[in-house]
Write a protein that binds this ligand. Structure first.
Ligand SMILES: [Zn+2]
Length: 383
């Protein structure tokens, strides 16, 4: 004999209900910051007035019918809302598409960057998959249409600069990223001048050793983000003893560096002396072509981007320039003794770092990718 069972009711929860399903609804609302954290107490499974208010708030946000009742539609939305971009691997499943708020966010980001994922509907359909593939192709990732860790990383990096859909910023960022592979594997020695007991030039309450250290560490960050491996020739200012030019050269020679960049700031008894200059190894007919090229590139960028006077590039036979196996360039970035230059060192620090990083890129970029000065901007994301 079989017992007639009543038809199972449509899942529906409202004020006054309780049980495991309500406990789950409460957890979801807490995660969405719609219900205070303290409501997530152990064993809390009652559909209280606070839960009712939170559900109504959620329904209002989602343009659902605002009735405080968790039916199938509201429950589905609650479930989709739990996904945050980057929480899970997203891909296009034919016939059984993934849905969630993370997908809506992905679609919005793709739209902002000029790709066409279709509607921002939170459904990972064919068009979204296609847009992801396009995005991956643009930045040199494997074009599998699947959002995994590397795609998320690229998205996170880009979205910070590309907000509100700035096509120009995107184009330049793409340019930069296309150059990425060329820079990956490059090795640079960064040489912040002076240090230890040797402060270098002192003026306007600033020291050369400290200024070039500030620039070097920022430059190191930017280059590292571009895939460049960097070595520094000395520790932070005030630590350790003075490192000689010869020691710096032999340190560089012990690495497999492609280029050495030495950073200095000039000083002069005449407070009117100002401007930036770049030095490479050169004497009569013997000179380092790559050094000369990089000196020219860095000089050009520093003058154009930071407002320094142009004291030109010069061939020299100084220890560091002569003693290194690889091309080495010394940049004298303004005069600390000059009021305007000292100000630029403080206020244009990011532009100075960008100038040098862009010069590095230009040095290793194929000529056809080269653009006039000022066109290429390193996104601040790469800090
Ligand atoms: Zn110096």
């Amino acid at each position: 004999m079989t017992q007639q069972r009543p038809p199972s009711p449509r899942p529906l929860w409202r004020l006054g209900d309780s049980g495991p399903a309500v406990a789950e609804i409460r957890r979801k609302l807490v995660r969405l910051n719609l219900l205070p954290e303290q409501e997530q107490a152990e064993g809390a499974d009652a559909f209280t007035a606070a839960v009712d208010a939170a559900v109504r708030h959620f329904q209002q946000q989602r343009a659902l019918i605002v009735d405080g009742i968790v039916g199938p539609e509201t429950y589905r939305h609650l479930d989709e809302a739990r996904h945050r971009l980057g929480d899970r691997i997203l891909t296009h499943w034919v016939g059984r598409p993934m849905v969630g708020d993370d997908i809506a966010e992905l679609q919005q980001r793709l739209l902002d960057m000029g790709f066409t994922p279709g509607l921002v509907d939170g459904i990972y359909g064919a068009r979204t998959g296609h847009a992801v593939r396009e995005f991956q192709r643009n930045i040199g990732l494997v074009t599998d249409g699947t959002c995994g860790p590397s795609t998320y990383r690229a998205l996170a990096n880009l979205t910070r600069t590309v907000t509100g859909g700035q096509p120009q910023a995107m184009r330049e960022t793409e340019h930069l990223l296309r150059a990425g592979p060329a820079l990956a594997g490059k090795v640079l020695v960064l040489d912040p001048g002076h240090g230890g007991d040797d402060t270098g030039v002192e003026a306007h309450g600033m020291t050369e050793a400290d200024q070039v250290w500030q620039l070097t560490t920022r430059l190191e960050g930017r280059l590292t983000a571009l895939g460049v491996r960097t070595y520094l020739t000395r520790p932070e200012n005030g630590q350790g003893s003075v490192v000689s030019e010869e020691e710096r050269a032999s340190f560089a020679n012990a690495t497999d560096a492609d280029l050495v960049i030495s950073l200095h700031v000039d000083g002069h008894a005449n407070p009117g002396a100002n401007g930036v200059a770049a030095y490479y190894y050169g004497h009569d007919t013997r000179y380092s072509p790559t050094g000369q090229q990089f000196a020219g590139l860095a000089q050009r960028e520093l003058v154009a981007r930071c407002g320094f006077g142009d004291d030109r590039i010069h061939g020299k036979t100084w220890s560091l320039l002569r003693g290194t196996r690889m091309p080495a360039v010394r940049l004298e970035i303004g005069y600390l003794t000059h009021y305007g230059d000292a100000g630029r060192l403080l206020t244009r620090r990011e532009e100075i770092v960008e100038s040098i990083a862009v010069a590095v890129q230009r040095l290793f970029l194929p000529p056809e990718d080269d653009e006039p000065t000022g066109m290429l901007r390193l996104p601040s994301i790469l800090l």
